[in-house]
Each structure stands twice: as structure tokens, then as C-alpha cells.
Design a protein. Structure first.
Length: 37
């Protein structure tokens, strides 16, 4: 099911489809990746 989509777009759609199951991980990941948070 791979397309020419960018990885970021594919992840965004994955998170949108999975909603609350991935949201906490996404928030934690973004905070860990950003030293300013």
C-alpha cells in the first residue's frame, strides 16, 4: 500500500485515522524532539 506520499503526510493520515490511540504518543514524541518544550 505504498504510494509516492511523503512520510510526513502518511504519518499525519495514520494519526488522523487512529485518533486517541496515537495522540498521546505523538505529543510525547514532539515534546521529546523539541528541546524548547
Amino acid at each position: 500500500m505504498m504510494t509516492n506520499k511523503s512520510k510526513a503526510q502518511a504519518l499525519a493520515e495514520y494519526y488522523a485515522e487512529n485518533g486517541w490511540r496515537t495522540q498521546p504518543f505523538t505529543i510525547t514524541y514532539l515534546e521529546d524532539a523539541d528541546p524548547d518544550t
